[in-house]
Design a protein around this ligand. Structure first.
Ligand SMILES: C[S@@+](CC[C@H](N)C(=O)[O-])C[C@H]1O[C@@H](n2cnc3c(N)ncnc32)[C@H](O)[C@@H]1O
Length: 400
């Protein structure tokens, strides 16, 4: 693996396989080089709007490859390299705030903090005033990076990422704006526990998986036929899509409408186009001109304690009936090659995930599964500890 020093690096969130599939979907397999389950390198020509990515926590530029993964050696390299890097890139007028984040390396938070203190001395020796952000974990979280202004003009977060027998050193340029996500999630006026809470980050990933490599043309319309309270539509509007949503439950359509109105006011999206209708996805007629479908479909009954196999099979039967009829209905209304990403249920059991059997026969329903090179396309499961119903992400296109 040869890295260009201008390459960009993306640090994955909690579901690395899903994060990687999102990048591969948007940029193509050739443009990215995965670094274990931690991160991926992306060719500099292929850039994306970081704020639209759901699966990556941070993005940075690679500065150096250190030929070791041993922390003592890494520390020595940093002591040598950092003072001149600071002299070349920072002004002595302001105090510099530096943070360190280690990924995949055999080091604990205390040791990383100790290195920080050593580096502080080295930078002070060349007459800079420096503050170090202490580590609670080997890597700093997004809140710490934002609070300490590490991506500002006078800030520097150094990412140290194990890559085979080397350590890549990168400088963070972007970090997930967790407060913005929380605001969009918690402040929207209509929420409903029963339909589940699709995290906005996951909504973004579903949209990006549905989008693929195609450039977004202005006015591209995204359809969510199980729109619920509209989380996915909200994120799609913010990403520049026109949106169409439908749901069988009139109350949900009202909720989505209220949430989209709120979003448009909050984010000055008065011109953004949205259309909502009450409709049963198994037979509804949507407008003809949507370019992609992204949806968290019906997930079956929620479970608050471990379901029995019988419970799971009952839920599966109901979900399958709706999903199959929906897919047939959709395929009658869409052009060939139309791409969709759907979140469908997978049930967490003590023997692993119980997956919908119908996914094995999508071909018969007129769809082809999109295959990714860097990840197993048949294993994209989003699951939080303690949840009994997980979401499996399937990326499909209408067969030719
Ligand atoms: C898991 S929820 C989607 C939640 C949504 N992502 C949100 O942001 O709130 C599934 C939705 O599918 C709807 N639904 C169930 N069966 C349906 C059908 N046959 N046609 C359309 N919508 C249906 C439910 O009313 C529910 O709102």
């Amino acid at each position: 693996m040869v890295f260009e020093m201008t390459d960009h690096i993306y640090i994955f969130g909690r579901e690395p396989e899903i994060s990687l599939s999102e990048l591969e979907s948007l940029l193509g397999a050739e443009a990215i080089t995965p670094i274990g389950k931690i991160a991926a390198m992306v060719q500099p020509k292929k850039q994306i709007n970081f704020n639209h990515l759901g699966g990556s926590k941070k993005a940075g530029t690679v500065l150096l490859a250190i030929p070791s993964t041993d922390w003592e050696s890494i520390e020595k390299s940093l002591i040598k390299w950092l003072p001149s890097y600071i002299e070349q890139n920072y002004s002595r007028q302001a105090k510099i705030q530096i943070g360190l984040s280690a990924y995949g390396l055999n080091v604990n938070a205390k040791r990383v903090s100790k290195t920080g203190i050593i580096l502080k001395k080295a930078v002070r020796a060349v007459n800079y005033s420096v503050r170090i952000t202490p580590n609670k974990e080997p890597s700093l979280n997004s809140a710490q990076v934002i609070r300490n202004k590490l991506t500002s003009e006078n800030g520097l977060e150094l990412l140290l990422i194990k890559s085979a027998n080397k350590t890549l050193l990168a400088k963070t340029g972007s970090v997930q704006k967790i407060d913005d996500y929380a605001k969009r999630d918690q402040n929207r006026p209509f929420r409903d526990q029963r339909v589940g809470m699709l995290p906005p980050k996951l909504a973004q990933t579903i949209i990006n998986l549905a989008k693929g490599e195609e450039k977004l043309k202005s006015g591209s319309k995204l359809l969510d036929p199980f729109c619920g309270t509209g989380v996915l539509l909200q994120e799609a509007l913010l990403m520049g899509y026109e949106v169409e949503g439908s749901d069988i439950d009139p109350r949900m359509v009202e909720y989505s409408a209220g949430n989209l109105d709120w979003l448009k006011k909050q984010f000055n999206l008065n011109k953004a186009k949205s259309n909502l209708e009450i409709g049963d996805a198994t037979r509804h007629q949507w407008s003809k001109n949507f370019s992609l479908v992204a949806s968290e479909t019906y997930l079956g009954a929620p479970f608050h304690s471990a379901p029995s196999m019988n419970d799971i099979k009952q839920a599966e039967q109901k979900v399958t009936e709706i999903l199959e009829k929906f897919l047939v209905n959709l395929s009658q209304q869409t052009p060939q090659n139309l791409r969709a990403c759907l979140a469908v249920p997978a049930w967490h059991t003590k023997n692993g995930f119980y997956r919908l059997k119908t996914l094995e026969k999508l071909e018969q329903l007129g769809y082809t599964r999109i295959r990714f090179k860097h990840v197993d396309s048949f294993n994209l499961i989003y699951h939080r500890p303690g949840q009994f119903v997980a979401r499996e992400l399937i990326v499909i296109k209408k067969s030719e």
